[in-house]
Design a protein around this ligand. Structure first.
Ligand SMILES: C[S@@+](CC[C@H](N)C(=O)[O-])C[C@H]1O[C@@H](n2cnc3c(N)ncnc32)[C@H](O)[C@@H]1O
Length: 321
């Protein structure tokens, strides 16, 4: 089996598991696409909910695929997993000879396997090369981005994706280092640079000063927001009538995209009133099942603090004439 979590941190617990099952309703049977199979926690629960469910799992990370395939081997052919970006869901389904899924789940963000593996460079809790790629074979690392991008672009990324108000100061420090012929190559170097740029914060501040910068870089390295809205729309279009779509997001930028797209797909036009024709693409193809985002209760947050920012939204595909 892929390396276990080495005793570091809590093992991965599927976030909002009961709530996700409630909205996906896997007891109906059929094919479910787990777009972010990770360690297979949600997949396992879906497979257990009915002998008639099958899963097609996707993940960018080969280590996650190895882990989940091993974990779910006892389900035989009912679980298949492929290395793919969920933005390619349509092609993946085609190539697998599948259509009309009963449900599609996306659980965005990083898994514990990634976050707790020092060598992946996602966390400042360990000193390691500043990598952060979900697929370690593809694209520039976070260190390479910091070496290549202009100062204004680094500042934009940290501001937009990290909602960090000191973004310019941090970008300046990074580029100053470059100008001195030094690179930021490790997680500890970046964490220390951010702390030096913006201070340690008040004693009672709950998060490390580098948290927002690390989040921003991870989003940029993995292009996490690009095409997310299109993915939601494609998924809804692929669903069988009465099929369910569920998305779990971990920061407001993702949640905003999912929320907006689901509203548009439920027929709510968001164009200004004076526009002669609708330009936002509103069409009524789903019923939104979560009027408000579903969030973990206190008990789940106590047991799994990483769940604290999770938000679940779900919809049901309408039967169209
Ligand atoms: C929060 S974890 C999923 C955990 C999973 N639900 C479980 O119960 O174990 C997110 C996973 O999504 C994967 N991922 C992130 N972006 C992806 C993308 N665009 N396409 C495919 N997989 C992606 C990550 O590699 C990670 O394994």
């Amino acid at each position: 089996m892929a390396a276990p979590l080495g005793g570091m941190g809590a093992p991965h617990r599927p976030v909002l598991l009961q709530e996700t099952l409630k909205y996906l309703a896997p007891e109906r049977g059929g094919l479910f696409v787990d777009c972010t199979v990770g360690l297979g926690g949600h997949s396992e629960a879906i497979l257990k909910s009915s002998p008639d469910t099958r899963i097609l799992g996707l993940d960018l990370d080969p280590a996650a695929l190895e882990y989940s395939r091993e974990r779910l081997a006892s389900f035989g052919k009912r679980f298949r997993a492929v290395q793919a970006n969920f933005r390619q869901i349509e092609t993946v389904l085609d190539e697998a000879g599948e259509r009309d899924p009963s449900g599609i789940l996306v659980d965005l963000g990083v898994s514990s396997l990634q976050f707790d593996s020092p060598e992946r460079g996602f966390s400042f809790r360990f000193d390691a090369p500043l990598d952060m790629r979900m697929n370690p074979a593809s694209g520039p690392t976070a260190a390479e981005l910091l070496q290549q991008l202009p100062e204004t672009e680094i500042a934009r990324i940290i501001f937009e994706f990290g909602e960090e108000r000191h973004s310019r100061r941090i970008a300046r420090r990074i580029v100053e280092r470059r100008e001195q012929g030094q690179r930021v190559t490790t997680t500890a170097e970046l964490a220390e640079l951010v702390r030096a740029a913006i201070g340690g914060g008040r004693k009672r501040q709950q998060i490390h000063p580098a948290t927002r910068t690390f989040q921003a870089l991870r989003i940029a390295v993995n292009n996490e927001l690009e095409g997310l809205g299109e993915f939601v729309e494609t998924s809804v279009d692929l669903l069988a009538p009465e099929g369910r779509f569920a998305a779990i997001s971990f920061h407001s930028l993702e949640d905003r995209i999912v929320k907006r797209k689901l509203r548009i797909l439920s027929g709510l036009c968001e164009c200004p009133p004076r526009l002669p024709v609708c330009a936002c693409g509103a069409r009524k193809v789903v019923e939104i099942l979560t009027r408000r985002p579903v969030m973990p209760g206190e008990r789940e947050i106590d047991e799994n603090p990483r769940a604290r920012s999770a938000k679940l939204r779900a919809c049901r595909r309408l039967e169209l004439n």
